[in-house]
Ligand binder design. Structure first.
Ligand code: TRP
Length: 324
């Protein structure tokens, strides 16, 4: 693949589970290690659009930063920073706000969903969220933007903004491609009919200690409904495919075919593999969180790199639109 310039924002919302890891983080690390030019940032300004608590916001931000670094984001290879550190994002978002028709913003699915969810706080930021996201993206003139399904509409809108701007003020932005992350169906351990989310014992969190992983897997639902192959068991196999070894999968699939599959054995093996897979991650993350000054230094260095590009893009844009 030709070298791409890649931009993506990360929501800071506390602990991640193995589904989040496989669906996003792992792919970021792979893109980085393939040598693409990557900008990854924590979208803390977007975090203000839904109700938040200041202490928790700072804590979650540091936690997510440590998570991404511990999982393999290398600040020497990727530009890794906090959105709020680059003031240019907010300025460009304002410029895009003045370019985007209200009607385009009002028909965004996420806005409609969140407005319904947070009836007591339908703030203007919730509506103009995609203008800030378009600014995040176009600032770095990327060729590709990896996002989950729920963000595709916003990347589309960023393309519309790019087109509009280019048409009105002259060619400035390339239209970035959406780079859809594979929708992975990692299901809840306690209710395999729904996707894994972060609540209770249904999720394996990246931070879980081996004991906790074993405990949750032991409780994982394996019962089949009305003779159908059990979704819970298939989910365990799916996890083993990602975190286990080929011969383990072959061994348990064989047992399944011979009707001699022991769920407890499958769960024990899986627990061991998941715990081992994230052992290094847990140690790294702990070490990072114990050195907040070092974390701040990494984020500061990332911001310096991002700022150089952002300042130059904003300069070009101001010139195009006649801002002195
Ligand atoms: N809105 C994205 C999400 O909720 C996060 C995000 C903010 C983002 N700015 C971005 C993603 C720019 C890609 C590009 O996940």
């Amino acid at each position: 693949m030709e070298k791409q310039t890649i931009v993506s924002g990360i929501r800071a919302s506390g602990s991640l589970h193995v589904g989040n890891y496989l669906g996003a983080l792992k792919q970021f690390v792979e893109l980085q290690n393939q040598g693409h030019h990557c900008y990854f940032f924590i979208a803390d300004l977007h975090g203000l659009t839904t109700p938040f608590e200041p202490k928790k916001l700072s804590k979650d931000t540091l936690d997510v930063a440590a998570t991404y670094l511990a999982a393999g984001i290398d600040p020497k290879k990727s530009v890794f920073f906090l959105q709020n550190h680059i003031l240019e994002h907010a300025t460009l978002a304002w410029i895009f706000n003045c370019l985007l028709p209200l009607s385009e913003l009002e028909r965004m699915t996420q806005y409609k969903d969140k407005a319904k969810q947070h009836k007591e706080n339908i703030n203007a930021g919730l509506l103009t969220y995609p203008a800030l996201m378009a600014a995040d993206i176009l600032m770095y003139k990327p060729t590709a933007v990896p996002v989950g399904e729920d963000q595709v509409q916003h990347v589309e809108l960023a393309r519309v903004v790019a087109r509009k701007f280019n048409h009105k003020f002259g060619k400035t932005f390339p239209e970035p491609h959406t780079f859809l992350r594979k929708p992975l169906r990692i299901m809840s351990l306690s209710d395999p009919a729904k996707k894994m989310s972060k609540t209770g014992d249904e999720a394996l969190l990246l931070d879980d200690e081996p004991k906790e992983i074993s405990r949750k897997l032991k409780k994982a639902v394996t019962a089949s409904e009305s003779g159908k192959a059990s979704a819970g068991v298939e989910n365990l196999f799916l996890l083993l495919e990602h975190f286990g070894k080929q011969e383990q999968i072959a061994y348990f699939r064989d047992a399944q075919r011979n009707n001699s599959l022991k769920f407890s054995e499958l769960k024990e093996t899986l627990a061991k593999e998941v715990a081992g897979y994230f052992a290094e991650f847990r140690a790294q993350k702990k070490a990072l969180l114990e050195q907040p000054e070092y974390l701040a230094e990494i984020l500061g260095e990332g911001a310096r790199k991002a700022r150089t590009v952002a300042q130059s893009t904003l300069q070009e844009i101001k010139h195009r639109i006649g801002l002195l």
